[in-house]
Design a protein around this ligand. Sequence first.
Ligand SMILES: C[S@@+](CC[C@H](N)C(=O)[O-])C[C@H]1O[C@@H](n2cnc3c(N)ncnc32)[C@H](O)[C@@H]1O
Length: 264
Amino acid sequence: MPTIEENLRWWNEKYDWSQKGEKWSASWGGSETQWYASIFPRIHAFLPAHSILEIAPGYGRWTEMIKAHCEKLIVVDLADSCIEACKKRFHKDTHISYHLNDGKSLAMLQDATIDFAFSFDSLVHAEADVIDSYLAQLARKLTPNGVGFFHHSNIGVYVDPSTGELPDFLDNTPGRATSMTARRFTECCSAVGLRCIAQELINWETSTAITDCFSLFTRRDSHWARPNRVLINKRFAEEASYLRKVMLLYVESGYRPDPIQWTV
Ligand SMILES: C[S@@+](CC[C@H](N)C(=O)[O-])C[C@H]1O[C@@H](n2cnc3c(N)ncnc32)[C@H](O)[C@@H]1O
């Protein structure tokens, strides 16, 4: 159960950011491959966007990529060390603005101003109260045809309702939020006037469990609104290692922990 306070303490004080989060892209061979071959294909239909909100940028692993796709980028994080690191890293990018928040509030945004809301590899640590809060506000902050793409936890499907515990085979040291599931996300969207229009339920790194979910959402009356499309993608982690092998032929990797195996 990672609370907002635990997230703040961990990311602001304890986590070693010397690699700027790059090691989390190791399965793909680096953040560039992860972006161009894995993230960007999933969101390209909504880019470029005039105004993008990135929630929880950390040290800017995705800010670096998404900043080219908008005229205005607003980043919001609860850790001031992350906000300061982003300010330093992107000091030449005058179209980026930075906001420290309390882990829940988007009060710094005007209503109907966000064309694309994005969060990746962060809100997996956010419990349902945080997701509820962000979605309730985004229902107002999105432009009429605005869209959001959130990577969040689905590990709650494995919680035993009688004990509240996860099964022993599931290692949750990364601290995924046990109150979140893909279904919970759709219910929250419906409750606040948003509509979930696609969900990809995935495994992550070495796990075969479907612990994560990418959810795409929009306003109920937006031109993107449609019945939800759901895919359980058990091959997401495999996709990463495949992309790593292929892309290493063409690009220099930012992160290469092991010797390359030259067989696909
Ligand atoms: C694992 S890091 C990922 C950072 C970045 N998205 C990346 O992939 O490199 C998690 C980030 O989420 C932020 N965070 C965690 N909970 C948050 C919340 N409720 N609201 C805003 N930021 C949050 C942390 O401060 C940290 O910057």
